[in-house]
Design a protein around this ligand. Structure first.
Ligand SMILES: *Cc1c(COP(=O)(O)O)cnc(C)c1O
Length: 382
């Protein structure tokens, strides 16, 4: 059985990336690796649309966010953390542990936070030092207008704008410099088409300045150390050499396709995916859909276990389950990273076969036809 991954991290890894990583290991302090890292650093600036340094850390995305918190803030610093899903919840927990002063801004799952809400929170908490929020909340497939949020935060406070961009970078438009972001993080196993293991962190000059006075204890995840080493195209500790080499390959693929084309492709694939699901009578979960992942309600009377037994067990398609209260109620289809139009036909076609096999009534072919129309008919999808 051919296995196909439609999960929002890890995501499929292209063959050329795998082949680069399969080469014999090289030493990280030799010129050959420094050249790779130098190119990676340049191309990461392109990915984040920034002229500022972007550092590579050996850890998953969560480690990257932790590095920003411990490197930029001090004990007692007030952080507003937006919680609209599993990942927002994680940043609340993290802030409570590290600065010990967290204002949680709860948003219903599937809804995105509005700039007015952050403005009101900043008015109520004028001593806020940083705002953490998630661009594409993967647990709910919901996108936030980061540009508008950053503007609202900048105009109403001196708080640092800290963005979990983990399923947004390489899928949604992200303009680190133009939008006035201070910290933005992504992970290798999401839009970068890589295995897990690397976090990428962009910082603004304001954030770099904040590092000078930050007092939270930090050692391995010190961005200060990472930024110092960055200047010599180096890393403070042994990096995940093979992953950095793979990243060199995937970033070259991204550059060749063009970042704006990549944003458009994700928008198009997500729109087609939504059209396919709706044509099968399935309801969408989010009111502000992410371009990375599409959550849909399981149809009435369809049990997740039986559904997944066919989809995964018989057809080899892995989608993501719902989380927390939505386990068994929704499932999530990813189109983040190395996906194309035919992949959307595959996953919607597989959904149809699954629904048929478990005797759920619908019109066979309706979903696939909707996907085809979305791609063929100009202007329908996006
Ligand atoms: C995957 C993900 C994370 C967590 O990243 P890890 O690499 O698992 O540590 C955080 N935020 C979002 C939005 C994610 O999708």
């Amino acid at each position: 059985m051919k296995k196909r991954l439609f999960t929002p991290g890890p995501t499929p890894v292209p063959e050329n990336v795998m082949l680069r990583m399969a080469a014999p290991i090289i030493h990280h302090r030799n010129p050959e690796f420094m050249d790779v890292l130098k190119r990676v650093h340049e191309n990461l600036k392109y990915l984040f649309q920034t002229s500022q340094p972007v550092v590579v850390l050996t850890c998953s995305g969560t480690g990257g966010v932790e590095a920003t918190m411990t490197s930029l803030f001090s004990p007692g610093d007030k952080l507003i953390c937006v919680n609209g899903g599993k990942f927002g919840e994680r940043w609340v927990e993290m802030a409570k542990k590290f600065t010990g002063n967290c204002v949680e801004l709860k948003v219903a799952w599937g809804k995105s936070i509005q700039p007015e809400e952050i403005i009101a929170a900043l008015k109520a908490h004028p001593d806020t030092k940083g705002v953490y929020f998630t661009h594409s909340e993967t647990s709910t497939g919901t996108a936030t207008d980061v540009k508008a949020m950053a503007k609202a935060i900048r105009e109403n406070s001196d708080a640092l704008v800290c963005v979990d961009g983990i399923t947004a970078v390489g899928a949604h438009e992200v303009r680190f410099d133009d939008w006035g972001l201070d910290a933005c993080v992504t992970g290798s196993q999401k839009g970068l088409m890589m295995p897990p293991g690397l976090a990428l962190v962009a910082l603004s000059p304001r954030a770099v300045k904040a590092m000078e006075t930050a007092k939270l204890p930090v050692y391995y995840f010190s961005l200060k150390k990472a930024f110092k080493a960055y200047e010599k195209d180096d890393t403070p500790f042994t990096p995940a050499v093979s992953l950095v080499i793979g990243l060199d390959e995937s970033l070259q693929m991204i550059k060749a396709e063009g970042i704006e084309n990549i944003w458009k492709r994700h928008q198009k694939l997500s729109a087609a995916c939504r059209a396919g699901c709706e044509a099968l009578g399935m309801r969408l979960f989010s009111n502000s859909p992410s371009f990375a992942v599409t959550p849909v309600w399981l149809p009435e009377g369809v049990e997740w276990k039986a559904f997944n037994k066919v989809l995964k067990g018989e057809l080899g398609i892995t989608v993501a389950a719902g989380q927390d209260d939505f386990l068994g109620k929704i499932f999530r289809i990813s189109h983040l990273g190395f996906y194309d139009e035919l992949d959307m036909l595959t996953v919607i076609g597989a959904l149809e076969m699954t629904l048929k096999k478990i005797n759920h009534p619908f019109e066979v072919g309706a979903g696939v036809a909707a996907v085809q129309r979305a791609f063929l008919e100009e202007g329908v999808a996006v």
